[in-house]
Design a protein around this ligand. Structure first.
Ligand SMILES: O=C(O)CCC(=O)C(=O)O
Length: 268
């Protein structure tokens, strides 16, 4: 079982996470670990790892051809480079899960969002839970680790404090375009004026809950904005009252989904 003490979180930080729905840590992994992960990360994007399986795609675009993605994402990058998740990062992730969600929390999937220099699109306001099956309830978190400095100018994370206590808000595909996999809160349904931006040094981390409303700006800098993200949580439970997320239906027919379905057929 992970040792919650190894998370190096103070009681005040744990309280703040539960109160506000997010936390920023100046130091999460070492500078050496950042360098090592960054080399693997850049190789995965350069090689377009996972593209044919639907795991690499443009989160903010139609993604129908090979034109440069504005918000390139890889789902499960550690499946394509298992060495990405080494003991230092895993140990810290497990300890944070134990400290914030208790002993039944386990590590879930990872993903990577790489905003190209001057070209990377914004990640619009959304809640992670809007992407997931509404038949279940979740108690989970995401740990977002920048592999270079993260600033307001290149797309650090921004959060609406306390938004994790509300319901899942209505979402739609980004820009209202049904060909886009990425989701955004339907414009006008949330006040983001109290949002807090969390600039970080390389290897710092933000942690947010499955319901915390969050955003990251476009990348206006001359370097990539690389973020490696690991999630986890307690076992999901079936909901007592059924709910529907109509915005998820369109995600079954995007170019990404079609590549994923074709890859499954080939494997089968
Ligand atoms: O890296 C980004 O731009 C956004 C990340 C995000 O939305 C998340 O980790 O849930």
């Amino acid at each position: 079982m992970a040792d919650a003490n190894k998370a190096n979180l103070t009681a005040e930080q744990v309280d703040r996470y539960h109160e506000q729905g997010f936390l920023a840590l100046e130091s999460f992994i070492s500078a050496d670990e950042v360098q090592r992960m960054r080399a693997i990360y850049d190789r995965l994007f350069a090689d377009r790892a996972g593209r044919s399986a639907g795991d690499q795609f443009d989160l903010a675009g139609a993604d129908e051809d090979d034109s440069a993605a504005r918000l390139p994402q890889i789902l499960k990058p550690s499946q394509y480079a298992p060495e990405l998740l080494r003991s230092e990062t895993v140990a810290r992730v497990l300890a944070v899960l134990a400290a914030l969600l208790g002993p039944t929390a386990t590590m879930g999937g990872d993903h990577a969002i790489n905003k190209p220099p001057r070209h990377g699109a914004e990640t619009p306001w959304h809640q992670d839970e809007a992407y997931w099956d509404p038949a279940y309830t979740y108690r989970s978190l995401s740990i977002w680790i920048p592999l270079q400095e993260a600033t307001v100018d290149n797309g650090c994370m921004q959060f609406v404090p306390g938004s994790h206590r509300g319901e899942v808000l209505p979402h739609r595909p980004i820009g209202g375009d049904p060909r886009v996999h990425g989701l955004e809160v339907v414009p006008g349904t949330i006040d983001v004026s109290a949002a807090v931006a969390c600039p970080l040094p390389p290897g710092g981390a933000t942690i947010h809950t499955n319901r915390t409303v969050h955003y990251a700006s476009a990348n206006h800098s001359d370097d990539h904005r690389r973020a490696y993200i690991v999630g986890g949580g307690t076992p999901r439970e079936p909901v007592a009252v059924p709910r529907e997320y109509p915005w998820r239906a369109g995600q079954q027919t995007t170019a990404r989904a079609q590549r994923a379905q074709a890859a499954t057929r080939t494997e089968g």
